[in-house]
Ligand binder design. Structure first.
Ligand code: ADP
Ligand code: MG
Length: 310
């Protein structure tokens, strides 16, 4: 199970024009095709932060002309668009290596608890910063916005725990049929179950790394690799005493996380995701950079930060 971060879908400077996204996807899918050429079965998931951010701006600017769509719809739209971009890039990279495999993307729903504390106190900042008066308008429309100081106001939404990846059975069938599957992008489209058993999308975003950990368990992955833009998780990150981590036991990694070594909006959820996978499976979890995924998977333990069961 491979979780791709922002740098697999946007350029290094964060630009997210269509051509930037396609170029980044081509680099990422070339690495994935290389991995597949080593006889590795790969399931891909990906983030969608910048893409959802762009959709929210369109929502805001066009609200008087076309009805804004809810956040779960934005999640679904980015799963579809990024799925398509990744499939095109991956199919081309596989064909270039004469690998007879095809990709498939699955629009994927993740179940969350309507009673998740995230819904009472939203904490996840999304979208762009706005001046107070413009934010006020959206607050009147029922959104939660927070004063983030100098940069202005920003929308905050719930980031509930994923409890189940509801479309994991479809992902499994496609894997068994030989497809390279792209699934659960952006952590999954958050849905809750109504009293009558039916599902309803909710305005929230799920952490893509936590969604990846759960899907990895459900599809029976041998290893979870979180591919980002740094080669390792680092202790005392950004200080002169910085210390990159290699092989670490689960309990040691949990202790480092407790000590606050991993920033909450970035490395924190990756460490959390990898620890959850190791805890649930006794199999290894890896955090490393995209350009090292072949080594990370073909020789587990030699590349990146590798969390292993105690
Ligand atoms: P992605 O977009 O790949 O999901 P993020 O940008 O959210 O990734 O997280 C990766 C970033 O986390 C790194 O670029 C780095 O700046 C930051 N980071 C924060 N704390 C740490 C740490 N302790 N070790 C390594 N990187 C860290
Ligand atoms: Mg990033």
């Amino acid at each position: 199970m491979l979780a791709l971060g922002g740098n697999a879908m946007t350029s290094a400077d964060g630009r997210a024009r269509p051509e930037d996204q396609i170029a980044a996807a081509e680099v990422a899918m070339d690495a994935v095709a290389e991995l597949i050429s080593h006889d590795v079965e790969v399931v891909i998931t990906h983030g969608n932060g910048p893409q959802v951010g762009n959709l929210l701006v369109k929502n805001e600017l066009a609200a008087a002309v076309v009805p804004p769509v809810p956040l779960d719809w934005c999640g679904a739209q980015t799963q579809a668009t990024l799925g398509f971009v990744l499939m095109d890039a991956l199919d081309a990279a596989l064909a270039a290596r004469r690998i007879d495999k095809r990709s498939a993307a699955v629009v994927t729903r993740a179940l969350v608890d309507p009673g998740d504390p995230g819904f009472v106190r939203p904490t996840k900042p999304i979208g762009r910063f706005l001046p107070a008066d413009e934010a006020q308008l959206l607050v009147e429309h029922g959104e939660v916005w927070e004063d983030r100081g100098e940069k202005g106001w920003r929308r905050v939404v719930a980031s509930p725990e994923p409890l189940d990846i509801l479309d994991a059975p479809a992902v499994l069938e496609l894997i068994r049929a030989g497809f390279v599957v792209v699934a659960n992008g952006g952590g999954g489209i958050p849905v809750v179950r109504r009293e009558d058993g039916s599902l309803s999308g909710v305005e929230a975003v799920i952490d893509k790394d936590l969604g990846a950990a759960l899907l990895a368990v459900l599809v029976g992955a041998d290893v979870l690799v979180v591919a980002t833009d740094v080669p390792q998780a680092v202790l005392r990150y950004g200080t002169p005493e910085a210390e990159p981590l290699g092989r670490v036991t689960l309990s040691q990694m949990q202790a480092y996380a407790q000590e606050g070594h991993f920033a909450s909006g970035s490395m924190g959820p990756k460490v959390d995701a990898v620890c959850r996978f190791v805890q649930g499976t006794d199999l290894p979890g890896v955090i490393t950079s995209l350009d090292r995924i072949v080594d990370a998977v073909t020789d587990v333990g030699q590349t990146g930060t590798v969390v292993v069961a105690d």
